[in-house]
Ligand binder design. Structure first.
Ligand SMILES: Nc1ncnc2c1ncn2[C@@H]1O[C@H](COP(=O)(O)OP(=O)(O)OP(=O)(O)O)[C@@H](O)[C@H]1O
Ligand SMILES: N[C@@H](Cc1ccc(O)cc1)C(=O)O
Length: 492
């Protein structure tokens, strides 16, 4: 016991010597109540490790359970919405209502310039905790991204150079700050990891980690079976994330870690370390949510083609809105529950309406697109998306302006011509040189069928020539063949 006591004291001295340079917003931690445990407790822990899997999830996906009026239990709310896969202990149900507000963290490794729709789930769950009076903490994995999380990956992650890491960190930090509108503290784990010395880590943390337990994690088992195997670097990832939780628990009073279901092994590595190193019987909890899947069963991620990025620089609010506007009916109710904060009654009503005669197609999708776009891109982003959607519908009455057209520029092919190459030129000819048609005869055919549009107005006359007034704000022309194919012509 004396030896254990010495080790723990040394461990704590080591921890307290870490300098945590927090972001300025971390001052909001100051009024948080003290932790209900003594870090110097040295008795052997008798805590039995408990994994609690939600049993109501599939039920909540098919038909909405009755809403619990004035329910302030965030776990029940998340369960109703299909946002809980597993909890490390059912005690979390009580902890969220009985004690003071809890600090809850979710980590994001900056492995791309932007977060994507799959990552949005973590932000939504953090936001639910905030709505119910708790304190969200978003952690950027500046250190862990250098190692690479093997969870759910069949191959070793490529190395990230420091410039990309910096750029990615700035990008996702700004997205989180915008979406959570300053309601969360944002930390970067590089701030403590840069101080950690390997020998101290092995002695004071590694000692508590059992290799057998580490090998049994899903992320490791899968990779060991693969041809490529696994590097020691990636093998240690679970310990790094586990140590983050320990650090945040001890230094910031963070009590809960949330993450996608693929994070279970990393999250339980943290609760285990807290139990062993700090000898805390209860008090640290993990919660995972299911991975967001498309109707074909594949997950939303960044590796797939056409990732749904959250950064407007990588996917315009217009395209983002369009994505949700066109999700299949089979997905829309599930998405409304998981991705919006609409009341369950309203979602239930929309679901019932969908089955009624006279239902206007896409009503539920429109509601989904509005809610998610507003949450991610704000009211302004939503307005931009709605305006562009209306204006860009061929035949729409809304007059096009240059900004609206430029708003979709990245999403449609574009080309550039000199003023003289455009004005007085036949529309049919310009449509071919802009690449909208392969031949003038194909352009004429569609024009005769009423499918050729100039700045969204249908063109009837075969001999139509471009006039100066057709150039929107003196800068661009939008040519459309039918509803989908568009080309933007910039005038240089
Ligand atoms: N579709 C999803 N649904 C819910 N959570 C997700 C989803 N995709 C990713 N996440 C969560 O976001 C975290 C970061 O994702 P990660 O970088 O590991 O994978 P990814 O962005 O999906 O990458 P890739 O597309 O390369 O697999 C993960 O820990 C995971 O829990
Ligand atoms: N492992 C998480 C990110 C993360 C990093 C550090 C943490 O402490 C928590 C979570 C991911 O893959 O995205």
């Amino acid at each position: 016991m004396a030896a254990a006591s010495t080790t723990i004291t040394r461990t704590l001295l080591l921890f307290s010597s870490f300098k945590t340079s927090l972001t300025s917003s971390s001052s909001s931690f100051h009024n948080f109540p003290k932790l209900p445990f003594s870090p110097f407790k040295t008795t052997t822990s008798t805590y039995t490790y408990c994994c609690y899997h939600s049993s109501t999830q599939s039920q909540s996906q098919s038909s909405p359970p009755p809403r619990l009026n004035n329910n302030n239990n965030v776990i029940e709310i998340l369960q109703q919405r299909g946002l809980i896969e597993s909890l490390t202990s059912p005690d979390l149900h009580d902890a969220v209502v009985s004690s003071s507000p809890l600090k809850v963290y979710c980590g994001f490794d900056p492995t791309a310039e932007s977060l994507h729709l799959g990552n949005l789930l973590g932000i939504i769950v953090l936001s639910w905790f905030h709505r119910l009076g708790h304190h969200p903490v978003a952690l950027i994995g500046g250190a862990t991204a250098r190692v690479g999380d093997p969870s759910g990956k069949s191959l070793e992650r490529p190395d990230l150079d420091l410039d990309s890491l910096r750029r990615n960190t700035l990008g996702i930090q700004s997205t989180i700050a915008t979406i959570l509108s300053g309601n969360s503290v944002i930390l970067n784990n590089y701030d403590w990891w840069k101080e950690v010395k390997l020998l101290d880590f092995l002695k004071d943390v590694g000692k508590y980690a059992r290799v057998g337990t580490m090998m049994a994690k899903e992320s490791v088992k899968k990779r060991l079976e693969s041809e490529q195997g696994m590097s020691y670097t990636e093998f240690t990832y679970q310990l790094l994330q586990g140590y983050d939780f320990l650090h945040l628990y001890k230094n910031e009073g963070v009590r809960v870690q949330i993450g996608g279901s693929d994070q279970w092994g990393n999250i339980t590595a943290g609760t285990e370390l807290i139990r062993k190193v700090l000898q805390v019987e209860k008090g640290a909890y993990g919660l995972t949510f299911p991975l967001l899947l498309k109707s074909d069963g594949t997950k939303f991620g960044k590796s797939e083609d056409g990732a749904i990025w959250l950064s407007p620089a990588m996917l315009s609010p217009y395209k983002f809105y369009q994505y949700f506007f066109s999700v299949p009916d089979s997905d829309v109710v599930r998405f409304l529950k998981m991705l919006t904060f609409l009341e369950m009654e309203e979602i239930g009503e929309l679901e019932r309406e969908m089955g009624r005669v006279g239902y206007v197609p896409n009503t539920a999708q429109r509601r989904l697109a509005e809610e998610v776009t507003r949450f991610v891109h704000g009211e302004e982003g939503l307005m931009e998306a709605i305006k562009a959607t209306k204006a860009l519908r061929p035949g729409a009455e809304t007059k096009l302006d240059w900004e609206t057209i430029e708003g979709i520029a990245e999403d449609v092919p574009s080309c550039s011509f000199k003023y003289d190459q455009v004005v007085n030129v036949q529309l049919v000819e310009l449509s071919v040189s802009a690449g909208l048609f392969e031949s003038k005869s194909a352009a004429r055919r569609l024009l005769k069928q009423g499918g050729l549009y100039l700045n969204n107005s249908r063109v009837d006359g075969e001999d139509k020539r471009i006039e100066a007034e057709d150039i929107v704000d003196g800068k661009v022309i939008l040519l459309s063949a039918g509803k989908k194919n568009k080309v933007l012509v910039r005038i240089s």
